[in-house]
Design a protein around this ligand. Sequence first.
Ligand SMILES: [Zn+2]
Ligand SMILES: [Zn+2]
Ligand SMILES: [Zn+2]
Length: 342
Amino acid sequence: MTTEASTITISCLCETAHQTLPSPTDLSDVTCCGCASCRHLSGQLWTTYTPLASPPSLANLTSYSPSPSTTTYFCSTCGCHLFRRHSDTHEPRWEVTTGTIISSPPIPLPEALTITTTTTHDKPTPTATNEPLSTSLYRLFTPLLSPALSPAPLPPLLHASCHCTRITFTITPPSASSFLPSSPFADLLLPYCRHPPNVTSNPSSLKWWLRDPYLAGTCACRSCRLASGFEAQAWAFVPRFNIHFGPTADPLVTFPRPLLQSYASSPAAGAVREFCPTCGATVFWHDAHRPDLIDVSVGLLCASSDCEGSSPVAAAYPYLYWWTERTSFAEESAAGQSFNAP
Ligand SMILES: [Zn+2]
Ligand SMILES: [Zn+2]
Ligand SMILES: [Zn+2]
C-alpha cells in the first residue's frame, strides 16, 4: 500500500478546514441518519458520517453539543459540518462527514451503508461501484423521496427551526405575492448543461416554484456538498414574501443579523449561503438573479407536532412537492473529488 492510499484529504467550501488525515480502517462504514436531531442540526434530510482513525485538527471550527455525549464541529467561516465526537465510550470516537472527503482511497461502498432512519419506502439496493461516496449516496437517497404520498390538508403555517432554535421562522401557504418573483429555471428542472441560457433564463417568467404548493428537491453541486458537509442538500423554493421571522410575522425583507451568519459562496453571481452560527445548520441560499425566491433547507421544516417520530419526507409534507426526476447538478456530484492510486 502506498502512503497516498492510506490517507484521506478533507475540506470545507472556504478551505479553512482543509487537512489530510489517516484513512479510516473502513471508509465504506457509513452511518446515514435522518432522525429529527440530525435534520435540524444539518438542514439536510440525512447526515452521513464515517469513522476516523484519529482525532482531527479542530482549528477555526465551532463546536456544538446536540446531546450530552455528542459534539459536532462545523467551519466558523462557511458553516460546513466536518466532525462528530462521541464520548459515551472510554476512548472518544471521531467521525467525519462524507461530503467533505475530497481525496480518498477507492471506496467499496455496498454492504456497510447503515440507514438508521425510519422510512416507509424500501431501501434501494446499492450497486457495487468504485466511485466517490457522494455519487453513490445521492443515488441512494433520491429514490427515497417519493411524491406519491396521499394528499393531506395544508396546515396554515409550516414551522422551521435549527437544532439550537436560534433560527426559527414560519412559511405560509402561497398567496398573491408568491407570483411576484421572477427567476431563471432551477437546474433541478432544466439541467443547465443540456439547455441553452435563452431557455433556462425563463423568458416567459413561469412561476415554476409554485407546485402543490412549493417545489423541493436535492442538489449535489460541489458548493452545496462542501458548504453543508453532506451529500445532497435538500432545498425548498419559497418566495421571500412567504417566509416570516419573529413575532411580528412580517415577510422576510432583510436577512436578520447577527442571527444568521452568511458566506458568499459565489461572489460573482451574488450567491450567499446563510447558516446558524451556533449549531451550524444550513438555512438559506439566495443570489442576485432571483432575490425574491429563496432556497430553504428542508431539514429545518416540521409540518406536524410529531417531528421526532416522522420520517425525513413526512416532516415537511404536505407543504412540499418533491422533484424526484433529477438531483440538481447531478453531473457535478463528484466534482473536486478524487481517488488515490490503489
Ligand atoms: Zn469553511
Ligand atoms: Zn447546490
Ligand atoms: Zn442553530
